[in-house]
Structures are given as C-alpha cells and as structure tokens.
Design a protein around this ligand. Structure first.
Ligand code: FAD
Length: 325
C-alpha cells in the first residue's frame, strides 16, 4: 500500500529555503517506489510559495496561512502542523535540521507518538528492503551511526542542510490544499518580533562557501579582509568562539559544538587553531582550507589545503586573485 512522506517546508524572506528542497530529495531517497512525497507549508502570505513547492512533490501541499503564523512560535506551529498532517496520515515526516526543524520535530513526534532520527546526513535503501537506514554523526562528528526505524509507527526525520542535493521538479506536480488554522487554546508564549542577525548576504548554514575567522583576526576591524574575500566568493562569514568571546564579531556567526553546524563545499578557516569544539561545527565540509601562521596548528590535521602564513597577507592576495576570475 502506498504511503505518504511529508516534508515540512520552511520559507524565509518570501522564498522557500534550500533545505526544504533538500528534505524533499531526502524523502524521495527514503521512500519506496510506490510511496508519494507531500508537503506542509505554514506561515503568513505563503500561498504563492505553496504553488511553487507543489512543483516538487507528487502528493499534495497542505498550506496553513494565517497572520498568527507570520513568526515562528513552537505552540502555534505545532498545532498548525498537526492539523495539516491529519488528513495526510503520513508514514514519515521530514524537516530540515534547522533552528525551527530542531524545535518542531520532537514536538510533532510527541504528538504523533512517532520515533525520531535527527541530523541525518545520508540515507540508504538497500534493494527491495522495506525500511531505509539513516546515517548521522555522533560525538561532534568523530563517529557515525546508521539507524533504521522498527515497527509501524510514524517516523520523524531531520536532515542536515547541505547534505542532500536539492530535489528536481516532480514530473506530476501535487495539488495545493488550504487547511484552516485554529489557535491553540492554552497559548503560553507570543513571539512579538524576531531579530535575525546575518553573517553577510548569504545564510551561514546554507552557504556553499564559508570564510571563517578566529582569534587570529585580532579585532573586529580584522574581519574586514575576510568579509571582502567572502563578498568576492559569494560566501558567508563565520567565526570561532574564540573570535566571538573576544568581541570581534557577533555570536550569530559562531560555528562549532555550541554554535552553528555548517557543511559547505568550501570552508576557509583564517586564524583558527582547530579546537575539537570548533571542528564539531565544520569538519563535514567538503573541502577545508586553513590559513594559519603556526604550522603545528591542529586545524591543518583536518585541512585539505593548508597555507602557513599571516592571514593579513594571504587573505587579500586570495581576494585579488579571485577577483581576476
Ligand atoms: P585560538 O585557539 O586562540 O587560535 C587562534 C589561531 O590563530 C592560532 O592557531 C594562531 O596560530 C592563529 N593566528 C594568530 N595570528 C594569526 C595571523 N596573523 N595569521 C594567521 N594565523 C594567526 N569553539 C568554537 O569555535 N566553537 C564552539 O562552538 C565552541 N564551543 C565550546 C564549548 C565548550 C563547552 C568549550 C569548553 C569550548 C568551546 N569552544 C568552541 C572553544 C574552543 O575550545 C576554542 O577555545 C576556540 O575554538 C578557539 O578559537 P580560535 O581557534 O579562534 O582561537
């Protein structure tokens, strides 16, 4: 019997987030041939995005559109999601492993009595096997485990951004279905405003290239050459906790165990020693380039390319060379 895999979409700034299309691709990899991928989109004035999203699903897109849902609130969103899922009767629910996805996934798993596997970076479906298996990092990326669900219950999965290719459009687009929103009766928190601190023009967790600075940049001013390199490459700027603690940049830029996890195609670490807690947030990057004046710095152990030198000389040279391309 055909089952429904539902992707919980995220929109930002009037656009679908890249991780949503990656989650669609992850759901396609996990499902069986006969199953379908549907989606849920929650927000305010998101109907046009629902139509766009329907181009990537073969099942319907259930949209809950209401002024109360303009800003993320765990209670209103979990209630809206539960309503949107009701008639879809999903076998699996896929979310991005983002700030919202990490918050919403356990809430919806508890409401559905579902099992959950978080922060998935790869999915295997061996031949005609009934259940896919899911790989996720452990111990700050030092080990990996592969798990599969047992039993018939609903499965909830969060997928790490930048680990699955974005889905291609579906051959037969799904329908858009509006779902009525009714506010939870026991609303305990109201979000009045959200301040989003950007690391430049590109979203750090979805960036294909990240230029990151550590205590070696020495000051807030010292981030300028990194910002210029990032601007030239269309990259996001990140930082170590050392740089954040020293007040050189905002904590919104922090990458690592207690910061953001990034998996870009290229990670350029400038003046970062490579502490284990920093590696936890970036060691899964496809190519790591380290610039450090200390040849013994541990970052060189994980780097694919290392430049031993002063970042204030090396970074402007790189910027100048990339500008020629
Ligand atoms: P440093 O270790 O001081 O390294 C600076 C580097 O810059 C040195 O290698 C130096 O050789 C180089 N350098 C100096 N000048 C130049 C120059 N001109 N050109 C080139 N290179 C230069 N850290 C994180 O990053 N993220 C986390 O999420 C995180 N979470 C933590 C959680 C816990 C519980 C704990 C205990 C620690 C955590 N840390 C985290 C901190 C971590 O242990 C390190 O202290 C921190 O990562 C060091 O930052 P850094 O590499 O910028 O600084």
């Amino acid at each position: 019997m055909s089952q429904t895999y539902v992707v919980v979409a995220e929109a930002r700034g009037g656009k679908l987030r890249q991780v949503t299309l990656e989650a669609v691709q992850a759901a396609r990899s996990a499902k069986r041939e006969e199953d379908r991928v549907a989606a849920v989109l929650i927000g305010h004035a998101v109907e046009p995005l629902a139509a766009e999203l329907a181009g990537y699903t073969d099942g319907p897109v259930h949209v809950v559109d209401h002024p109360d849902l303009e800003l993320y609130n765990p209670e209103t969103y979990a209630t809206a999601l539960e309503a949107a899922l009701e008639s879809l009767a999903p076998s699996a629910v896929f979310l991005g492993h983002t700030a919202i996805g990490r918050d919403l996934a356990p809430a919806i798993a508890a409401r559905l009595g579902a099992g959950q596997i978080s922060d998935v970076i790869a999915i295997q479906r061996d031949g005609g096997g009934e259940e896919a298996s899911f790989t996720r990092p452990l111990y700050a990326g030092k080990a990996f485990e592969t798990k599969r669900f047992v039993g018939d219950g609903v499965r909830v999965v969060t997928v790490r951004p930048n680990n699955f290719p974005a889905a291609e459009p579906a051959p037969a687009p799904g329908a858009v279905v509006s779902v009525a929103y009714s506010a939870p009766s026991d609303l305990r928190t109201v979000v009045k405003d959200v301040v989003r601190k950007m690391s430049g023009k590109v979203d750090l967790t979805e960036a294909k290239i990240v230029v990151s600075g550590g205590r070696g940049v020495k000051s807030a001013e010292g981030f300028k050459p990194l910002e210029e390199l990032a601007e030239t490459l269309g990259a996001a700027v990140g930082a170590s906790r050392g740089a954040c603690d020293a007040g050189y940049c905002d904590y919104a830029l922090q990458i690592g165990q207690t910061g953001k996890v990034v998996t870009p195609e290229i990670y350029i670490a400038c003046g970062i020693s490579g502490a284990i807690q920093h590696l936890a947030g970036m060691s899964q990057s496809r190519v790591i380039i380290a610039i450090n004046k200390d040849p013994e710095a541990p970052i060189f152990k994980v780097a694919d390319y290392g430049i031993v030198g002063d970042l204030f000389e090396v970074v402007p040279l790189l910027t100048a060379e990339f500008r020629k391309v």
